[in-house]
Design a protein around this ligand. Structure first.
Ligand code: NAD
Length: 502
């Protein structure tokens, strides 16, 4: 039977998406809307407002007023922390509803919405975690450098109005990893969700409002990059743009920030290596790498270890383990508890992934499995079968470019130095995995790989850990103290203690 979302759509009760501007939910001034097509079926799921430059301007000005004149930046630490803990509690209470909305947005299966990194729990934990930083936003005091008697000290102050731009693939985690530290620091926010995952984000924002955030502290403008995103990132009253998404849009954000010297943090793409040594649990390494590339997001995860560098002695064993996972992954109806993986988000992405498959054939890689669009009952969706290419050279397109699909490229190596050389031969530096039973080698390699996050024999995403990229994978870090501080400015205050110093 052909897959349909009709019944789930009715059960969840999708309503038209509105903008949140200065505490009011409303349509866009020009009444433009976007009809969201479900990636697994092509059905229209719902409509939401497309914010034009005038809507974005009103939202930014509301956030500005809430920052410049409102209580939020000056609120007592305990009170602000209680509000953020309240947001966390409401998110947890609405877990099932949010997971269902996500399945209607981006077709990420309910099963993956229960795995910690993709769950509502991780978003709620991020709010609790960042609430804990509020009363620890301290500075330093300094001894006089040139002698004499004077005081010098630093304070951390909120950066101001934050424009937060989200991708579609992990709306719970990425919403919380931006909004929670920004609010904790005392900033106000104008949020733009992805046009491919709007409904779950709108519901999370409703819950934050219900938790009691003051008017104008959070505003939402929905719509695509043009016009909504552009209007936000170029607005002169935005102090910081916090972005997660593709490197191309990241570059545009850096350019657009120059005019008013906006602070920028960027979480971009990756081509992360998994380096597998002969003494590793090779079966586990193969299953983990292929699991990351297929389960849940079908490889549409920035952090997926999509480039396996495998010692020649265990190469065949690794490929066999990866192939076993490829054959076992289930995809289809995201509401089916047995379904583990999602389709590609849109036709553009489908064509892009199939284009890389073609290029891999041309460049001489060996297809082990997959590489097709799924047909039959799933034919209306953008499903691609789990794909493995072996005998890949690290210079090939499929080893260098972020494919953002269920494609694992397996590259052989002969010794540790050449593995590290290939791992670092990439424009990206987001994540890496090292698989070995030798602890010294594990840390030696982890330290030499130029990536923001390295997992030794496993990988986790947690809200208190700094996460971000070296090289073209981004600027700055999300998670933990580093994220909280990135929403603050450091101010130095000094004062002579005697008249001679004046
Ligand atoms: P994308 O760059 O196409 O879109 C991201 C967001 O930017 C969307 O909200 C989009 O509407 C908006 N946008 C597009 N053009 C814009 C413009 N000119 N001005 C302002 N906003 C604009 O990315 P995507 O397809 O949603 O997500 C996939 C990408 O995100 C991949 O490259 C992936 O690696 C990356 N990603 C990175 C992380 C991380 O933490 N490093 C996490 C998830 C995804």
């Amino acid at each position: 039977m052909t897959l349909t979302m009709q019944q789930h759509r009715e059960e969840v009760g999708i309503k038209d998406g509105l903008l949140l501007v200065d505490g009011q939910w409303r349509q866009a001034r020009r009444e433009t809307t976007w009809s969201h097509q479900h990636p697994a079926t092509g059905e229209s799921i719902g409509e939401f407002a497309v914010a034009g430059s005038e809507d974005v301007d009103e939202a930014v000005r509301a956030a500005r007023r809430a920052f410049d004149d409102g209580p939020w930046p000056h609120m007592r630490a305990g009170e602000r922390a209680r509000l953020l803990n309240g947001c966390a509690a409401l998110l947890r209470e609405h877990t099932d509803e949010l997971r269902a909305l996500q399945a209607l947005d981006n077709s990420v299966p309910l099963s993956f919405g229960s795995i910690y990194a993709g769950s509502v729990a991780v978003a709620a934990d991020a709010f609790d975690h960042h609430a804990g930083w509020i009363d620890k936003a301290g500075g330093q005091t300094f001894a006089p450098y040139q002698g004499g008697d004077h005081l010098a000290m630093t304070f951390r102050e909120p950066i101001g109005v934050v424009g937060a731009v989200l991708p579609w693939n992990a709306p719970f985690l990425l919403f919380a990893q931006k909004v929670a530290p920004a609010l904790a620091a005392g900033c106000t926010v104008v949020l733009k969700p992805s046009e491919y995952a709007t409904f779950s984000v709108l519901r999370m924002v409703e819950l934050l409002v219900e938790a009691g955030l003051p008017q104008g502290v959070i505003n939402v403008v929905t719509g695509p990059g043009d016009p909504t995103g552009e209007a936000l990132i170029t607005h002169e009253q935005i102090d910081k743009v916090s972005f997660t998404g593709s490197r191309e849009v990241g570059r545009r954000i850096v350019e657009a920030s120059a005019g008013t010297m906006k602070r920028v943090s960027l979480e971009l793409g990756g081509k992360s290596p998994a380096i597998v040594f002969p003494d590793a649990d090779v079966g586990m390494a193969g299953m983990t790498a292929m699991g990351m590339v297929t389960m849940g997001l079908s490889g549409q995860a920035c952090i997926a270890h999509t480039r396996a560098l495998v010692h020649r002695d265990v190469y065949d064993e690794f490929v066999a383990a990866a192939e076993m996972i490829a054959g076992s992954v289930t995809y289809g109806d995201p509401f089916d508890p047995g379904v583990q993986a999602c389709p590609l988000i849109n036709e553009r992405q489908l064509n892009r992934v199939l284009g890389y498959v073609e290029k891999a054939h041309e460049e001489g890689a060996r297809l082990v499995t997959g590489g097709d669009k799924a047909g039959g009952d799933l034919g209306a969706g953008h499903f691609v079968t789990p794909t493995i290419f072996a005998d890949v050279d690290n210079s090939m397109s499929i080893a260098q470019q972020e494919i953002f699909g269920p494609v694992l490229s397996v590259v052989p190596f002969d010794d540790e130095d050449s593995a590290i050389g290939m791992a670092n031969d990439s424009e990206y530096g987001l994540g890496a995995g090292v698989y070995t039973a030798d602890a010294q080698r594990a840390f030696r390699v982890a330290r030499r790989v130029r990536s923001g996050t390295v997992g030794i024999n496993g990988f986790q995403v947690e809200p208190h850990l700094p996460f971000g990229g070296f090289k073209q994978s981004g600027l700055g870090r999300e998670g933990g103290q580093a994220a909280f501080e990135s929403y603050t400015e450091l101010k130095t205050v000094m004062m002579p203690l005697t008249d001679e110093m004046m």
